[in-house]
Design a protein around this ligand. Sequence first.
Ligand SMILES: [Fe+2]
Length: 434
Amino acid sequence: MIPTLRHLNNVEPGMFRGEGCWHLKIDYKPALIKPGVPELLDILIFKDRESICGAIGRHQPPLGFKPESRAAFFKFTESNNFNAIILNKPFALDPVTVKKPWGEEIWFSGIEERGVSSSNGIPINFLIEIFGEFLGCSKPPILLKILAPNPEPNLGDLYFELHEKKTEVYVVTDINIESWPNGTGQIRLGFNDREIQIQGTREKFIEKYLSSVENYQRCRNKIDSKVDRMKASFGLSEDEIIEAALYRTFLSEIDKDTINDERMLRKEMNRFTKLHEVKIGDAIKVEPYIPHSLQHGVRVVEFQTPHYERYIISFGQKVITQDHWDTKAALMKAEISEAKIEQPKKLDAFQDMVADFQEFNVTRVVLPSGSELKIEEKGYCLIMGISGETKLGSNRVIKEKSYFVPPTVSLIMTNETESESCFLIARENHSDNK
Ligand SMILES: [Fe+2]
């Protein structure tokens, strides 16, 4: 028989001493996502010598049977439509894709109305809110995503924007070979030193650049309102994100002079900014007040805290999240200089510190064939594969595959392959683990 603990408000690890299997019910009230539906959930906890497993379902399972092994527990949960995971071992994060005008974002630890990542069929907001104490993570985890811009120039270029508080870190995982035949992509970062010198002063530079952006924006608005009308004739709303092919069809119906003006004015505006070269594996840290725009066909992994403040300086298509650009306000705050891409700080033979923010840090690990790395027990961490293959318990960390790693006694990552492997580790910064 599985003992039932009946109705509880939350699931505390301390309640489950010794080995065994327990059933309980909780009134789940979603806290991390709105609007969420409160519901009565059935929870199963299974403990053996080495693992603690949790399962979530929406009806009471038969309690007459008592699983004696982890395999039997998983079989039991599956046949009763419960989703189960092991709470004290790394588990894969299954991504959710969110469409953007410039391409798409693939979220591995996102919890938002627009999309929630999951693991073994369990949305991660359930995992964090119900099993957070077991997982060493009781609030939204570090946000890990892939930015996947469209390969087409301009269409796949992100907003040229800056942040006041947010620092971003990108690690390049792919460069589209059709966009960048020699394998070197670009990011727009900061302004062009030569132009700053030509203008002589910060004020003069801002004045010239602002006027150039405004000229471009007038032409942009003209094209965008035509595209909006075409969308409407297709029964689409103005804010609908459409496929690249349909967008191209719309543009092909706009008169050639306007299209040529747009190209010329965009070139003129971008002359004031600086493009930097990037390759696969490169890490780019974007500090506050530095204008930045990842370019088409450059795919990156990004770690961030969920802050949403941004100033949009310019964009090569219609912005749908707001009805204006913040160019002037952004330039008043912007650092007017040619930004440099800082080299990551070497930590030891295998690790570089890619970013060290107040809330979390990210290290890049490059493991030569036959070598290993110990994952220390310092709260949870997120692991993201960049290249090659690394063993993590019974899992394999490969390109763009991500794992949530709860605090465990000891965990060794090993590269048993013939070639080098690379992955990232993101960890929260607490006063006791810095
Ligand atoms: Fe940004």
